[in-house]
Ligand binder design. Structure first.
Ligand code: ATP
Ligand code: DGY
Length: 534
């Protein structure tokens, strides 16, 4: 099984490399319009490009081929799946509707029957966002069931999960089940192990989330309380073949964590769950049925029982960053992908970006002049960040060029006020505040030589309970806000980033994309250009 995972990781990395390879075709781009657009416009373009890499149509074209001549078959990597009136489809998650619509276009009548469990209201929202192409046709063979309001498992999602379970259990050895999986899938596939009830499962999820449990911890517990998570769906489908097409919304792209891994054998035991509950002091607060379910001696599934399953990651944050890198290069930037695993409390994350921007700006003027900033950044231990390697790349910077730093991941906000906002908008404002403070504190600060734009956006197009995907900030934002009588710090104090950004320059710094129909966490883009080039 470890080898299979390695192989899948390799295929996924190969896609990332393939995208990076495309950049060569951009090398001879026209450069005359390079600086005719503002940094903010460039940021917007790069962000849209990142998202396009993980839109259903592009992901499926890249990872799956349907061969209709001879024996009709689906080809994924080096695997072939014959189809002869034996093709079924199930899906669950925030981004599977567009994937299902695209697959139905590709596979046509070969698809016998399907069912997707998707977020409450998504069909109307996609239509409103002008993404009607992502909806299924009225005569589709795939049934759409909406549920899990506010990303919490509910009765509607239970009904969808039960239908999915019934469909899967009815399959035979000659059938092929396509499983579409994306973030939000855990809440959209609730099938509590008896005697645990839906309410009890909701309680557990809420209690863990409120105490700041990570998605890895949350889903480890969810797997132990579910019939379909942690490989349960794949076992229900046996002996049919299972091909899972997965869009990752978790850091590290762990197959068993994305939507709680319904087609991946769980490597977690009940004692792992009890440890997690203990960590958050919740062992005694658990409902009795949950305690008893977790105390059952459960044996981990044997990975050999998953030979009928093929799991493939078809989209991820790294893939989106790779595409963003190409666009940045096309626009004339020296692009640098830092990490696809930036996480943590938004205050810490904003400190990381502020330090990084300061370091890069001083390095571009004179390499090696800020060893303290380098040490501070290394201490933050951002997974995947090769700081020395990045600085070395900056050595190829030539005056007249601009730099684009790219990163991704997902931060968390410790809510203290009752304002309106989202983690990306809050991050952008906090970065602006940090950079403002540095400029105020250091008379000889070199930041002023540069035009800098920072952008943070959710790839799903929705940042918290707002209609914005995220926000931009520049070095001057705090000062300009003061001139408008707006105090950034006061808005941040009550997590009111959206209200601030809606007022500031009439919403000019809000990133508005509408619901995108995909979901690979968040992306940050930093553009740094010498002011003399303006
Ligand atoms: N006023 C606010 N200011 C900042 N962040 C907020 C605010 N209100 C909610 N949030 C954050 O928004 C997040 C929930 O929004 P959102 O739906 O975008 O995230 P999600 O459910 O994790 O979905 P996804 O990962 O798919 O983007 C939570 O992390 C929450 O802390
Ligand atoms: O559904 C879930 O479990 C989260 O979005 C992580 O994939």
């Amino acid at each position: 099984m470890a080898n299979t995972f390695k192989k899948l990781h390799f295929i996924h990395q190969a896609y990332v490399k393939k995208i990076i390879g495309f950049q060569n075709c951009y090398q001879t781009h026209k450069q005359s319009h390079r600086y005719s657009m503002s940094l903010q416009e460039h940021g917007q373009q790069i962000f849209h490009c990142a998202i396009s890499a993980v839109m259903p149509e592009n992901m499926l074209k890249r990872s799956l081929t349907f061969v209709s001549e001879g024996s009709p078959r689906i080809v994924v990597g080096d695997r072939e799946f014959l189809i002869q009136k034996n093709l079924y489809l199930v899906g669950f998650g925030k981004a599977v509707l567009g994937m299902a619509a695209e697959l139905e276009k590709i596979l046509g009548n070969h698809l016998v029957q399907g069912l997707v469990s998707v977020p409450d209201g998504i069909c109307a929202s996609l239509r409103q966002a002008g993404r009607g192409k992502m909806l299924l046709k009225s005569d589709s063979r795939i049934k759409v069931m909406e549920g899990a309001k506010h990303n919490l498992p509910d009765e509607a999602a239970v009904r969808a999960a039960e239908e999915i379970e019934r469909l899967t259990k009815g399959l035979t050895a000659s059938d092929l089940l396509l499983v579409l999986i994306s973030g939000g899938g855990s809440a959209l596939l609730p099938a509590p192990v008896p005697p645990v009830t839906l309410e009890e499962k909701q309680t557990v999820t809420k209690m863990l989330a409120a105490r700041g449990a990570t998605i890895h911890e949350l889903n480890t517990v969810r797997k132990s309380l579910s019939r379909l998570k942690g490989g349960g769906l794949a076992q229900a489908a046996y002996p049919a073949q299972v091909l899972s097409l997965i869009l990752s919304d978790v850091i590290g792209d762990s197959l068993d964590i994305i939507a709680s891994g319904p087609t991946v054998p769980s490597s977690h035991s009940a004692s792992d769950c009890l440890q997690i509950l203990g960590k958050y002091n919740l062992q005694h607060a658990m409902p009795a049925a949950v305690k008893s379910a977790l105390q059952q001696p459960n044996s981990l599934p044997d990975p050999r029982e998953f030979k009928h399953v093929h799991n493939v990651i078809i989209g991820s944050n790294s893939l989106a960053l790779a595409q963003a890198r190409c666009r940045a290069q096309e626009l004339g930037y020296l692009p640098l992908v830092l990490s696809a695993a930036v996480s943590g409390e938004v205050k810490e994350v904003s400190r990381f970006y502020s330090l990084l921007i300061q370091l890069v700006c001083s390095y571009l003027v004179e390499p090696g002049t800020d060893p303290q900033a380098e040490r501070d950044l290394m201490k933050l231990q951002i997974p995947g960040l090769d700081l020395p390697g990045c600085l070395e790349t900056l050595n190829s910077f030539r005056p007249g060029r601009a730099v684009c730093l790219l990163a991704g991941g997902e931060s968390t906000v410790h809510l203290q006020g009752d304002g309106k906002g989202g983690r990306n908008q809050e991050l952008a404002l906090r970065v602006a505040l940090e950079l403002h403070r540095v400029q105020m504190a250091k008379a000889d600060c070199s930041l002023g030589r540069w035009d800098i734009v920072f952008l943070s956006g959710g790839t799903d197009g929705q940042d918290g309970p707002t209609d914005a995907a995220g926000a931009f900030c520049s070095l001057e934002l705090v000062k300009q806000a003061e001139q408008e009588g707006l105090d950034v710090e006061a808005f941040l104090g009550c997590n009111d980033s959206y209200t601030f950004l809606s007022k500031f320059q009439n919403g000019h710094s809000l990133l508005l994309t509408g619901l995108t129909g995909t979901n690979v966490m968040d992306i940050q883009i930093i553009l740094i250009r010498n002011r003399d080039l303006n």
